[in-house]
Design a protein around this ligand. Structure first.
Ligand code: UDX
Length: 432
């Protein structure tokens, strides 16, 4: 099939590359000339394990262009994966998606499908269909399909090639048939429904996971108070298949490009329709508090951070990504700096982006050892495998005072005890 993909962010590029892997001919469209040039040279513009290899392996089947007219004109399917950033009021900003819809309407010269992959509020696909109908230049049939993605950063390629389900929201039989054909070689079960339900499946799924995280974080907070252990509690809960053992890791809250945005967007949509989504409101509030939990914990040990050497391990919102969107580090490091701390950070992928986001007096370190040497306290914000595998004895050897405040429960309490560090983690007893 001839497929064009608008937007080469995580969603667009991963979709494009995996479709090429399954034999389709794909044209990627983006307005960013520099990015397009980079991809033409076989370089992947985002940090995503396995993506560059697939780009290279399928280079005969993928082209990159800024010329949307050429890309859309004869495409059988146009996939839209442009961003829907959050507006100040929590609603999704749809200007990029509407812009693409107008371009498509002005350009297409054959019957085609416009497949919306971006996460959009319920009802947006209908609006896009209406907009295309009103602006269409040529006598062609354009069917709009909602086809949300469920990929996670860091495992995006695997999540797409071996997805648990494909959600397809259509209003015509023809659209359903073309979608079936496009995904035929993926061999993944699908849910075929109407457009609004497909849009809702995406939000309801993401928000459910966010809710699950906020729930386990609250239980972790309570475990700390009553002296229970969240790791055992989560394990015991997760063995019940009705609960499931995934997304039960207590920590310092969810970040990234989806959960914070999608919880606010669904809450906004409900309010807009005079309905209050109480559970999601609570999940958002719990998450906001959880994100600053480590600095709050540290106040038990110090009245202020003025003049203290603070090591920060992990900047990104989760491991295996260089993404800092809504990462706890973005909120916490300015608090530490404002309070006069000398901050030394280490992260295997996020430091370059952090420098752009937060230019200030931070020392960027090449290794964990360098970051913790002579530190009064060490915060762990992201559970990178390098941190988990790090020799825990080195904290007591290298730090001025071996206080490790861990937001991601990277170490066993018994190892911390044996290493002689003061270890304060999430939902577990403190080790002195
Ligand atoms: C998420 C969804 O998983 C994906 O289906 C959707 O399409 C986009 O949003 P992503 O944001 O890449 O993917 O990361 P994910 O692995 O889901 O983690 C999101 C956040 O939740 C991270 O900050 C992570 O640290 C946190 N998290 C996750 C927890 O705190 N505990 C958990 O048990 C799981």
């Amino acid at each position: 099939m001839r497929v064009s993909v608008a937007g080469t962010g995580y969603v667009g590029l991963v979709t494009a590359v995996t479709l090429a892997e399954k034999g389709h001919f794909v044209t990627c469209v983006d307005i960013d000339e520099e990015k397009i040039e980079l991809m033409r040279r076989g370089i992947c513009p985002i940090y995503e394990p396995g993506l560059e290899e697939l780009m290279i392996r399928n280079k005969e089947k993928i082209s990159y262009t800024t010329d949307y007219m050429a890309a859309y004109k004869r495409a059988e399917v146009i996939i839209v994966g442009v961003g829907t950033p959050e507006k100040k009021d929590g609603s999704a900003n749809l200007k990029y998606i509407y812009e693409v819809a107008r371009q498509i309407a002005h350009t297409v010269e054959r019957d085609c499908l416009v497949v919306i992959k971006s996460t959009v509020p319920v009802g947006t696909n209908d609006k896009i269909a209406q907009m295309i109908k009103e602006n269409i230049k040529n006598h062609v049939v354009v069917d709009v399909v909602s086809n949300p993605e469920f990929l996670s950063q860091g495992t995006a390629v695997k999540d797409t090639l071996y997805a648990k389900r494909i959600v397809i929201g259509v209003e015509t039989e023809r659209a359903g048939n073309v979608m079936r054909e496009m995904y035929d070689r993926f061999d993944i079960p699908y849910v075929m429904t109407d457009r609004k339900s497909a849009e809702m499946i995406k939000y309801a799924s993401n928000d459910f996971l966010a809710l699950k995280i906020s729930y386990i974080n609250e239980i972790a907070n309570l475990c700390e108070i009553v002296g229970a252990d969240i790791e055992d509690v989560a394990k015991g809960m997760g063995m019940d298949p009705r609960i499931g053992d995934r997304f039960l890791n207590a920590g310092i809250g969810y970040g990234g490009s989806c959960f914070p945005k999608d919880t606010k967007a669904l809450h906004w949509l409900a309010s807009f329709n005079d309905y209050e989504l109480k559970t999601i409101k609570a999940a958002i509030e719990v998450n906001e508090n959880q994100k600053i939990k480590l600095v709050k914990k540290a106040r038990k040990y110090f009245d202020h951070f003025n003049g203290l050497n603070v090591a920060v391990l992990g900047l990104t919102f989760k491991p295996e990504t260089d993404d800092l969107r809504d990462a706890p580090s973005i909120e916490n490091i300015p608090l530490l700096l404002d309070d006069g701390a000398n901050v030394r950070v280490w992260d295997p992928a996020g430091m370059e982006n952090f420098k752009k986001r937060l230019p200030s007096d931070i020392i960027y370190c090449e290794s964990i050892e360098e970051a913790i040497t002579n530190a009064d306290v060490c915060f762990i914000f992201t559970e990178w495998s390098e941190i988990k595998k790090f020799d825990i004895h080195k904290y007591s050897e290298l730090m001025k005072y071996p206080l490790v405040i861990d937001g991601r429960n990277c170490y066993e309490l018994s190892s911390a005890k044996e290493a002689g560090i003061v270890y304060d983690s999430i939902g577990r007893k403190r080790v002195f």
